[in-house]
Design a binder for this molecule. Structure first.
Ligand code: SAM
Ligand code: SF4
Length: 325
């Protein structure tokens, strides 16, 4: 499906919960969650939406949260998404804490790839950022995921004065392991409104300076806007998602479904469509068509670009944990 600016929309991020087992300081520092289980879409409802989304040309799904692995049976959702007729890819974004134990079921369900959020390789700093001592578990999960043959990426958000020194140790992970390590610029969403993130241009300069021979790697590696670099001798690639200093809205391919069934058009704005209202209207006849129409209308009405550089225009009030990243 194309939106009004001619962009192809083929990717849906699906948040399955707003709850989490970590309390990352820029995402969910006080851990408040407001949604009851009645408000959250059931897996059956999510699949109904995904079927309608496929009618609109959306064939790639990312399962996210909150922390998706805290919701029981998430592997059954992965399997059901994979079994839809037009699905090309089902991937997962996780903090990695529960990943190793859930991995066999996820692999069996057909998961194609996993992104693991990790903002430092230092245990004390990890505790400071997340409020947890789970770093060894996350490191084991990275290895287990690679050993299981799942395409694995690390996503890091660096904040000056907090974890900027994590850059090179995180980069080094791609030397030792066949994992892509990506740096995402902090967006002014949720707690990110009161912090300033690292500028990826500075990180790229540091990469070149530290590893002479580094070159851009233009080969596509997934659904997203990351720009990749190859470092001599490294197995994995280093990626940069520069939402602030490298605006990529002209190639945006996605819509976002919150755990309560709201279909968001853009991270920056609160606009979208309440698909749960359609699902729970009590009318089953023609529901798939109604859902598809609502998805098509929301997707085609996506705004041209975010306005993260103009805080007065940002209307999104939720945290990233309520949106799904
Ligand atoms: N719990 C899962 C995880 O941590 O991967 C999935 C949800 S989490 C909200 C998705 C991603 O959003 C994480 O990589 C997190 O670091 C990132 N994130 C949270 N707040 C952000 C912000 N303001 N700007 C950029 N990325 C952010
Ligand atoms: Fe939880 Fe992910 Fe937010 Fe951290 S970034 S608090 S792991 S949802």
């Amino acid at each position: 499906m194309q939106d009004r600016f001619g962009r192809t929309i083929n990717y849906m991020r699906i948040s399955v919960t707003d709850r989490c087992n970590l309390r990352c300081r820029y995402c969910m520092p006080d851990g408040i969650t407001k949604c009851s289980m009645q408000e959250i879409l059931t897996y059956e409802e999510i699949i109904e939406i995904a079927e309608a989304a496929e009618d609109c040309g959306i064939t790639r799904f990312k399962v996210t949260g909150g922390e998706p692995l805290v919701r029981r049976g998430v592997e059954t959702l992965v399997r059901s998404l994979k079994e839809l007729p037009l699905t090309e890819q089902v991937t997962l974004t996780t903090n990695g804490v529960l990943l190793k134990e859930k991995l066999p079921a996820l692999v069996e369900a057909g998961l194609d790839a996993v992104n693991i959020s990790l903002d430092t390789t230092d245990g004390a700093k990890y505790r400071q950022i997340t409020g947890s001592d789970s770093l060894p578990q996350v490191m084991r999960a990275v290895r287990a995921s690679l050993e299981a043959g799942i395409r694995t990426k690390i996503n890091a958000v660096l904040i000056p004065g907090c974890n900027e020194e994590a850059f090179l140790p995180l980069v080094q992970m791609a030397s030792e392991l066949p994992v892509d390590v990506r740096f995402i610029e902090l967006m002014p969403i949720g707690e990110g409104r009161s912090n300033r993130g690292m500028d990826n241009r500075t990180l790229i300069e540091k990469l070149y300076a530290t590893f002479p021979g580094t070159v851009p790697d233009p080969a596509p590696r997934g659904n997203g806007p990351a720009v990749y670099y190859a470092v001599p001798g490294f197995t994995g690639r280093i990626g940069f998602i520069s939402a602030i200093h490298g605006k990529f809205c002209d190639s945006c391919n996605r819509v976002r479904l919150t755990s309560t069934g709201f279909l968001k058009q853009c991270l920056c704005y609160e606009d979208g469509t309440d698909l749960r209202a359609i699902l729970r209207s009590g009318e089953e006849t023609g529901r798939r068509t109604l859902l598809a129409e609502a998805i098509r209308s929301a997707a085609s009405g996506k705004p041209e670009a975010h306005s993260f550089d103009r805080p007065e225009l940002i209307t999104e009030k939720h945290r990233m944990s309520g949106i799904g990243g």
